[in-house]
Design a protein around this ligand. Structure first.
Ligand SMILES: Cc1ncc(COP(=O)(O)O)c(C=O)c1O
Length: 353
């Protein structure tokens, strides 16, 4: 396996490049930060951090059970949804089993196949950068255990539609667990965007993954959750570490969940940001994939590593497409209005120098 290679920290980059400020638009974080309620909850619990966390995430579990109107036993928690992806692999995959995913899609699914010596089947996206659900269903064999659909997809921001997902689910045999990764759920507003929890409620072999890292603005605390019938979560509960979600993450997530206003504001900022970036790309003659997430995949028409370097010189950090096999694309998340403008100014400079 290849180790995960962390990028340089913003502080290191600023020092190296002599920058006073760095606008980080590379990791799909929330530019508005966390909910003030989450910060308050953390302050209230600072005098508890010498104690081990609640290994059952009781407060967060109760809050989510109420929020989604589902039994408490339908939730499992991870140190970010990254950890849940890891745990589903460990719990479900034996050597020679198969994991199906789209390509490009979220890279951690691949690592979970490799770690467990499973066979990875990657199904290319359609020409309009969407999951090819027919091809994914056709790739299923008797050894297929896990099938991932990131909806919206990272790095494209595209979605699968309700009707095609329902047709697809009808074709899925019982031995396959379909994992709908809804890390960007809160941003999707397309009328045909399917809500994975509807299929959990209908008793399907479906797991929904959600995270507090994106719209909820808690990426640094690491908390994500899986929702499914409890018997589907049982294998994950067996292999997880007892204290995998820390105390501050648990209380902050429960408080953030109650702050609907912060999520509404986040959504409105994102929608305006996407519209601004889309229009600016059009003006610059660049193609941007229509997005239902909080980021935009932009085709720059040349090696994007060069463009990324120039953007950095202007104090803007974005993600290059090389990591997911799209070397002429870059992925940028929406920032505040000022940050979006700074990015477009820097992009103009980077393209035309
Ligand atoms: C599709 C998708 N799933 C899961 C994650 C992991 O999120 P976290 O581990 O922060 O919950 C990400 C993060 O970028 C993502 O894009």
């Amino acid at each position: 396996m290849q180790p995960y290679r962390p990028g340089k920290t913003p502080e290191q980059l600023m020092q190296e490049l002599g920058l006073d400020e760095l606008i980080k638009l590379s990791a799909n974080e929330n530019p508005l930060g966390a909910s003030p309620r989450a910060k308050e909850a953390i302050l209230h619990h600072l005098d508890k951090i010498h104690l081990y966390p609640d290994g059952n995430c009781t407060v967060l579990r109760d809050a989510l059970s109420q929020f989604h109107n589902l039994p408490r036993s339908y939730f499992a928690f991870g140190n970010g949804s990254d950890e849940l992806i890891h745990l589903f692999g460990v719990a479900y995959l034996e050597p020679e089993d198969e994991l199906i995913m789209a390509h490009p899609s979220f890279v951690r699914y691949e690592a979970s196949a490799q770690l467990n010596q499973a066979v990875l089947t990657r199904i290319p996206l359609t020409p309009d950068f969407r999951h090819d659900l027919n091809a994914m269903a056709e790739a299923i064999t008797e050894r297929t255990k896990l099938l991932y659909i990131a909806n919206p997809n990272n790095p494209t921001g595209t979605i699968v539609y309700r009707e095609e997902l329902e047709r697809f689910l009808q074709r899925i045999p019982d031995h396959v667990l379909v994992i709908l990764d809804e890390a960007y759920f809160e941003y999707a507003d397309h009328p045909d965007y399917p809500h994975g929890l509807d299929y959990v409620r209908a008793g399907r072999n479906v797991v929904v993954l959600r995270t507090f890292s994106k719209a909820y603005g808690l990426a640094g605390l690491r908390v994500g959750y899986a929702v499914a019938r409890s018997e589907l979560l049982d294998p994950v509960e067996r292999v997880r570490e007892p204290f995998n979600v820390n105390t501050l993450a648990q209380v902050a997530a429960a408080a953030a969940l109650r702050d609907a206003e912060h999520i509404d504001r986040t959504r409105a900022f994102n929608r305006a940001g996407l519209e601004y970036l889309q229009a600016a790309c059009e003006r610059l003659g660049l193609r941007a994939v229509p997005s239902q997430a909080n980021f935009l995949l932009i085709e720059v028409g040349c090696e994007c590593a060069r463009i990324q370097k120039r953007l950095l010189e202007r104090g803007v950090l974005v993600r290059t497409g090389e990591a997911f096999g799209m070397p002429t694309f870059l992925r940028v998340n929406t920032g505040t209005p000022e940050q979006n403008e700074r990015f477009i100014e820097a992009l103009q400079y980077a393209l035309h120098e």
